[in-house]
Design a protein around this ligand. Sequence first.
Ligand code: MF3
Ligand code: CO
Ligand code: CO
Length: 266
Amino acid sequence: MAVEIKNAEEIEKMRATCRLAASVLEFIEPHVKPGVSTGHLDRLCHEYIMDHGAYPSPLNYKGFPKSICTSINEVVCHGIPNDKQLLRDGDIINLDITTTLDGYFGDCSDMFAVGEISERARRLITVTRECLWLGIREVAPKKRLGDIGAAIYEYAAGRHGYGVVEVFCGHGIGREFHMAPQVSHVGRRGTGRRMKTGMTFTIEPMINLGTPDCEILDDGWTAVTLDRRLSAQAEHTILVTKSGFEVLTLREGGYVPGDLDLDAAS
Ligand code: MF3
Ligand code: CO
Ligand code: CO
């Protein structure tokens, strides 16, 4: 399958939808605290997205019943918001937001700490965000998609002994939620498709404290770690530019590596 190359007009639309998706994370952050239900977070995000003239892409996507994904602790991804599921002190939660604005999809996610979390959980979150950015830093025309996964795997598994989830990947994105190419987080350098200016795709590593293996619960969506140990994820939508990359889902207060000059990179 060919990978779509976006023209200037399409890139502007990608920027707009991605900016909106990122702003949802900014908006929702102060609401993430002990005692709040994931169903409540879902409703707040749903309203915010609709109020901005967009649509919450997960809603009814392949039958997904809610507007965002809420993945707590051992949940790897695709957790379904629920009014009876209350956040507890010490939980870690991934909020995954996808918006459709003017026909274009923007996709991002990040981890949030509920009250006070353990040092172990905090380290997992930090390494996961570092993994995302190690992957992002591999993005440039003529480099290969395998370089992204290799950078992530070497750091998460090689350096930290974490499990890198292989069954869920990043993906091309644009006028569709998920399109070519697949972006594995377990790659080999010098392999895979070459990146080209104008491609847009996500990088969204899921990093586990223990085994990389997952299973899907009976609801048909919720992916959990096989050993039920913690999992973390962070996601950005990326544009390949002439000199490297542009991160389309940046937000105020989001993690960016201290030594990185974003203007020079794009
Ligand atoms: N946002 C997820 C991703 O990063 C996909 C969620 S699909 C849903 O690709 F149906 F669960 F919403
Ligand atoms: Co995605
Ligand atoms: Co997502």
